[in-house]
Design a protein around this ligand. Structure first.
Ligand code: SF4
Ligand code: SF4
Length: 454
């Protein structure tokens, strides 16, 4: 076990820095054993051309030590992300737990999370993940034909079967897992089918749906449409947040909202209190002024990303030279998180809202979405509006009546799940041939009025 000098935290920063932040760590950089077509993170390997992209033990120790020093909350999240973190091997993570035990202060509770494509999971991995109560995020995009559209291995083959093997190991060892599903051109019209697959076939109780929005310029679009991995003799782009076009794999702006509503209408009838869908939970908390997710918070800047060599960036979506804050071997991570460039980055989320967002009647739920998606013109022709706005508005507007009821129930100390009684009563007033309230245009009986077993 190594010990090393660590950069200091100045008293001024200590007094004003956020008490907690959510650091995403990329121990293998953007290196991955798969080749998912939409994954522009693969292109970020080009940022470190002469590097092995493997976190050294000294960087691991500096990271854990500084993270634990920086937090003034009893709970600290140690969150591993990729690329694919399992490429580091199990011993790396065993060592990380040893460093945590070496540096944690009395009373500090550690929550571990780990995002993986699942392909390398086995008995040894899952026994370790269970022993230390990791919450594992497993990337799956839906049933096999949907998943295999873009989630490919290096040979261009679909990975569904390999991922399901990893899922079986997770289940066998009783590891808590969360499905991370991207919303893309292949599954955007199949929200309910995808949701039911996770709930009924995979037994998932936690899910997140992440829109795929791959930006490009007119010049880069043809190459971007081919994907982001390295090809012999081929062009390779470094993905940056530039351009107002999107690849053909990206979800449609309005369709993203329709996908969410499709799932919400299933969830609100059957699964409130049983299945946790991140955005639904985030939306309900917003009624109480709590912002659980940076994307729909007024400001951001509390979710930096740490590269394998100790470089710290403002956010995982902005791992680009101009958004690098510094390196934790030179400057303590709390100094970087509290630095003026990071505060400016976070405040810009609020300060650069378009007038359309400022006037929007769901602003308190949406807050303009993630700055990475703000690249279209607003209704008034103002640049910097969110590409997903039509879908975000559709979703937040659609859920308001039932979210209002859930918020009232929670205020009265009653279970939010009682909203399902209200929905059932409303459904009883509806004719089977009436239009489905999801807005699909289909009859209720052949849309969300169908039994769960259909
Ligand atoms: S840029 Fe987007 S993902 Fe990154 S911290 Fe801000 S809201 Fe969150
Ligand atoms: S729904 Fe659209 S206009 Fe309203 S806050 Fe969100 S991005 Fe802005």
């Amino acid at each position: 076990m190594t010990t090393q000098m660590t950069p200091a935290i100045s008293p001024a920063v200590r007094a004003t820095a956020p008490p907690r932040f959510h650091l995403l760590v990329k121990p293998s950089g953007s290196t991955c054993n798969l080749d998912c077509t939409y994954c522009f993170f693969l292109s970020k390997e080009a940022l470190y051309p002469n590097s092995k992209s493997r976190m050294a033990e000294a960087t691991l120790e500096a990271y854990i030590r500084q993270l634990l020093e920086a937090h003034r909350t009893p709970t600290v999240m140690v969150a591993w992300q990729g690329g694919e973190p399992t490429l580091m091997g199990l011993d790396f993570f065993k060592q990380s737990v040893e460093f945590v035990n070496q540096y944690r202060r009395p009373g500090q509770e550690i929550e571990y999370s780990f995002q993986t494509n699942g392909v390398l999971l086995d008995d040894d991995w899952c026994a370790f993940l269970k022993e230390h109560n990791f919450l594992v995020g497993l990337s799956v995009d839906g049933p096999q034909p949907i998943h295999d559209t873009y989630r490919l291995n290096k040979g261009g083959q679909g990975t569904f079967k390999q991922v399901m093997r990893g899922w079986e190991f997770l289940r066998k060892h009783g590891v808590d897992f969360n499905i991370l599903c991207t919303v893309n051109a292949a599954n955007q019209h199949h929200g309910r089918q995808v949701y039911r697959f996770f709930r009924d076939e995979l037994g998932a109780e936690w899910m997140q749906f992440i829109p795929i929005v791959e930006r490009a310029t007119a010049e880069t679009l043809p190459i971007a449409n081919l994907g982001w991995s390295e090809r012999p003799g081929g062009h390779r782009l470094l993905y940056t947040q530039e351009g107002s076009l999107v690849t053909e794999r990206s979800v449609g702006g309005e369709q993203y909202g329709r996908f969410l509503v499709d799932i919400y209408e299933e969830w609100i009838r059957r699964d409130v209190g049983k299945v946790y869908v991140q955005l639904f939970d985030v939306t309900l908390h917003a009624y109480f002024g709590e912002h659980l997710l940076c994307i729909h918070a007024p400001t951001c800047g509390y979710g930096p990303a740490l590269e394998h060599n100790g470089d710290l960036y403002t956010c995982d979506h902005f791992v680009e030279p101009r958004f690098k804050l510094g390196n934790i071997h030179e400057t303590h991570m709390l100094e970087l998180v509290a630095s003026p460039p990071m505060r400016r980055f976070g405040d810009n989320k609020r300060d650069l809202l378009t007038q359309q967002c400022r006037d929007c009647d769901v602003r308190q739920l949406c807050h303009g979405g993630c700055p990475k998606d703000r690249f279209i013109l607003s209704r008034d022709g103002e640049p910097g509006h969110n590409y997903l706005c039509a879908g975000l508005y559709l979703f937040f507007n659609h859920v308001r009546p039932t979210m209002n009821i859930m918020a009232q129930l929670v205020r009265r100390n009653e279970p939010a799940a009682r909203v399902m009684e209200w929905v059932k009563a409303e459904d009883a007033k509806r004719g089977r041939n009436d239009p489905c309230p999801c807005g699909s245009g289909r009859k209720f009986k052949s849309c969300h009025g169908r039994p769960a077993s259909d």
